[in-house]
Write a protein that binds this ligand. Structure first.
Ligand SMILES: [Zn+2]
Length: 471
């Protein structure tokens, strides 16, 4: 489908929408909408903005503008931007009765990734005719795929007010990201547009990440880039390393520096995201600052546990390296994305570790979670998105004090069944002060047991702000 996007800046003119705490809804809606319009234009998505000034538009005219923008068709996505009020905290996504929740759930997921809690994703029926949508923007907009985006509560007693004032650009990016994903286009997170002369290496360095992470994030089959290509880049900087800076002097080699700091050349390469061992005078490189003399294993936690790095030496061939590590040359080429078997001295190869364990069908002892070992370049967002969960869920599940990870750290991923997004018959509930599982269950006409099971809770303790799926 060739999707088009229509952006509706809610309210306007004499209809100011909600007002409070220094926020006037119609104005913030317009700011958000203009930014969203700009972003989508930059990405060459066909887009129209139906209110560009502070004008009064009655509902009929508003709907007419929506339908006139690209016609009445289900390849038209309508984003109606709003700010909520009257007690609550967090975002809401409301979608039309004629649509499934795919788009709305994507939007909710991205909004959560951008740091805003999502209160609920839902549909609402007209009391006088339950076959129809409650909101005119959803009810009167023909075959289009509209959703109302409530970014937060301007009268929240929690964090929404500051979040709306400070973070709305991130929320715009989140919605844009969800739209692009839904449309099947390359997704920008913090995005970066490839310029002439860029390589994956230079971009990885720029964003303090790794080529592997970029390739995973962007589903890249090779290292080839095209000028103008929009890459998704990690938004959370990788964990600060325990390191000092060493300035390269004339005559230095990586090996000398490594031995001076009681580490190995490979570790320095990894620590600095370097692709070759050649150094230039004045270059600043990170060196480990924790030196434990006499302990051979002291740096073990810097090496990803499931792979080894190998630096090509004079006389090496792909075959002798492969046989040394008991794998095939083909595997080695694939793993390193090599197009030929020619090697150059100093080149770093990643050696996949043979996993001999598990061949006997050993099942994990507790099937409610999976262990994941953090690799260099990982951040919690990557891991969460890889497992179709949220940063919040992982932090809570692992009792993490911060979202920073260290290489080698093992985190538990709750199994998918426990943390999927709610189905249409379910809803999200954000735990408030004074809530108990019993209270939530009885308010929602369900049982403590059902909630516990659905959310894979280990005990009855709740924390304020925690999101539960109510079956
Ligand atoms: Zn509104």
């Amino acid at each position: 489908m060739d999707y088009k996007v229509v952006i509706d800046a809610g309210h306007g003119g004499t209809d100011s929408g909600a007002v409070g705490n220094g926020i006037i809804e119609k104005d913030l809606n317009l700011q958000i909408s203009q930014l969203m319009y700009q972003r989508l234009q930059d990405l060459n998505v066909p887009v129209k903005l139906i209110r560009q000034t502070d004008e009064t538009i009655n509902p009929n005219d508003r709907v007419k503008r929506v339908l006139d923008a690209f016609g009445d068709s289900n390849d038209v996505i309508v984003v109606s931007n709003h700010i909520n009020a009257s007690g609550g905290d967090g975002a809401e996504v409301i979608y039309a009765l004629r649509n499934n929740n795919n788009l709305a759930n994507r939007v909710a997921t991205e909004i959560e990734r951008a740091g805003q809690n999502v209160r609920s994703v839902y549909q609402r029926r007209l009391p006088s005719d339950p076959s129809k949508d409650y909101y005119f923007m959803l009810r009167e907009t023909g075959q289009t795929q509209p959703f109302i985006m409530e970014y937060g509560f301007l009268d929240s007693t929690k964090d929404d007010v500051q979040q709306l004032k400070n973070n709305y650009p991130q929320y715009v990016d989140a919605v844009v990201r969800a739209l692009l994903e839904y449309m099947g286009r390359k997704t920008p997170a913090g995005t970066y547009t490839v310029k002439s002369g860029d390589s994956l290496w230079s971009i990885a360095k720029m964003f303090n990440t790794t080529v592997d992470t970029l390739k995973t994030l962007n589903n890249l089959p090779s290292n080839a880039l095209q000028v103008g290509q929009v890459l998704r880049v990690s938004v959370i900087p990788s964990a600060p390393e325990e390191s000092d800076i060493y300035v390269v002097k004339a005559g230095d080699t990586l090996w000398q520096i490594a031995s001076k700091y009681n580490t190995t050349a490979n570790e320095l390469l990894r620590l600095n995201n370097l692709t070759t061992s050649s150094l230039s005078i004045g270059q600043q490189i990170k060196v480990p600052n924790t030196i434990i003399i006499g302990d051979d294993n002291s740096n073990e936690n810097l090496i990803p546990p499931d792979e080894t790095l190998y630096t090509v030496k004079t006389g090496d061939t792909l075959w002798n390296i492969a046989s040394k590590y008991n794998i095939s040359a083909e595997e080695l080429m694939k793993y390193n994305d090599l197009s030929s078997s020619a090697l150059s001295i100093g080149q770093i190869l990643q050696i996949p570790k043979k996993t001999d364990e598990g061949t006997e069908g050993t099942a994990p002892s507790d099937s409610s979670y999976t262990n994941y070992t953090v690799k260099a370049g990982d951040n919690l967002w990557d891991v969460a998105s890889r497992y179709n969960t949220t940063v919040d869920t992982l932090m809570r599940y692992n009792n993490l004090p911060t979202n920073l990870l260290s290489v080698g750290q093992v985190i538990r991923i709750p199994n998918a069944s426990a943390i999927t997004t709610p189905t249409t018959s379910e809803k999200r509930y954000v735990v408030k002060s004074g809530d108990s599982l019993y209270k939530i269950a009885s308010n929602n006409n369900t049982t403590v047991d059902a909630i516990t099971k659905r959310n894979n809770l280990k005990n009855n303790n709740l924390s304020i702000g925690q999101t539960l799926i109510i079956p």
